[in-house]
Design a protein around this ligand. Structure first.
Ligand SMILES: [Zn+2]
Length: 325
């Protein structure tokens, strides 16, 4: 079956981020189920369990009803994995992913053409136990959205330290998803309360030192500059994650090394390009969601336009890693 250009359809989802409301776990899954029911080229899968006993979901968006990762790879498509709600108090990615999924499936502004070369897979909520533990007081200094989930999971683990140790069912299920789908690019969505400035969204780029030189060059010279310059063309400019040295911005900012126990470091072990968005909590929640949406759009567009270069970079990177002494 080949990709067919279709007219723009009406939106199916009613998100309420403008009213400082982010969906509950059940509302999130119901919305992905609605998209699954209405579009034959999307499916909501259950992929193993999580610590609270509920299944980990994976939402797959392709240009056609093909959801077998091996077949998708054979077709030469690149795969983007987006992980949301690892820290459920940081929910912008949950809203933005639902919104973007709805828009790309209904072909808003011709967006569906980006699916010709790229398949998008989304974990709606990774820390389900934490997301169910909802309150207005889960994060100090954060007043919007009105309610969010809690950072610790059902067993009170910080899941963004557990990708290699795998004490949690969540991490074990995630590992299987990662092995099965082998995403070319991995995005984990977060929110920071560690800095205050005029930007709604910041990026923790892939840690260069974790990649073989050929991939480092591609990330440093092509991917990152493109993401920053494309974001600048939209309403929400992207800046690097602001991590002060000695609590003083005048002394500069520093990028920390994120090894494999973190999501982005975990991705690097498979020559998958892992990155993290950090929205900034002191901004309006709607702006945080919109800037996260804009970033997902820019990233999918980059993948669609550079799918051959991404695949080549990973292929050459793996060869380079194998030959290293
Ligand atoms: Zn976080």
């Amino acid at each position: 079956m080949s990709f067919m250009v279709s007219a723009q359809k009406p939106a199916l989802l009613k998100l309420k981020f403008e009213e400082n409301y982010s969906p509950t776990y059940y509302e999130t899954i119901e919305m992905f189920q609605l998209l699954d029911k209405n579009y034959e080229n999307a499916v909501l899968l259950e992929k193993g369990l999580t610590d609270c006993g509920k299944p980990l979901h994976l939402f797959v968006i392709n240009s056609e009803p093909e959801f077998n990762p091996e077949k998708i790879r054979q077709q030469g498509k690149t795969i983007l994995l987006i992980n949301n709600g690892i820290h459920p108090g940081e929910p912008e990615g949950i809203d933005a992913s639902l919104w973007f999924a709805d828009d790309i499936l209904r072909n808003k502004d011709g967006l569906a053409k980006l699916l010709e070369k790229t398949v998008i897979i989304i974990i709606p909520v990774y820390n389900i136990g934490g997301h169910l533990n909802r309150s207005a007081f889960n994060r100090s200094g954060q007043t919007t959205p009105y309610e969010t989930g809690f950072r610790g999971n059902y067993a009170n683990y910080d899941l963004n330290r557990d990708f290699t140790k795998c004490d949690s069912e969540n991490a074990r299920s995630f590992n299987k998803i990662f092995m099965e789908w082998n995403p070319d690019i991995f995005l984990d969505t977060h929110t920071t309360n560690g800095s205050d400035h005029q930007y709604s969204i910041t990026l923790i780029p892939p840690s260069f030192a974790l990649y073989p030189p050929v991939m480092e060059k591609f990330i440093r010279n092509k991917l990152i500059p493109d993401l920053y310059s494309e974001m600048k063309k939209g309403k929400y400019e992207l800046i690097p994650y602001v991590n002060y040295i000695f609590d003083d911005p005048r002394k500069g900012i520093v990028a920390e090394h994120e090894g494999p126990r973190y999501s982005s470091g975990f991705a690097s072990m498979f020559h998958s390009i892992g990155m993290i968005t950090e929205n900034q909590i002191y901004h309006d929640f709607a702006d945080r969601v919109k800037s996260c949406y804009q970033f997902i759009w820019v990233l999918v567009e980059f993948m669609s336009e550079n799918s051959e270069a991404i695949k080549k970079s990973r292929f050459d990177g793996m060869k380079e890693s194998l030959a290293m002494k």
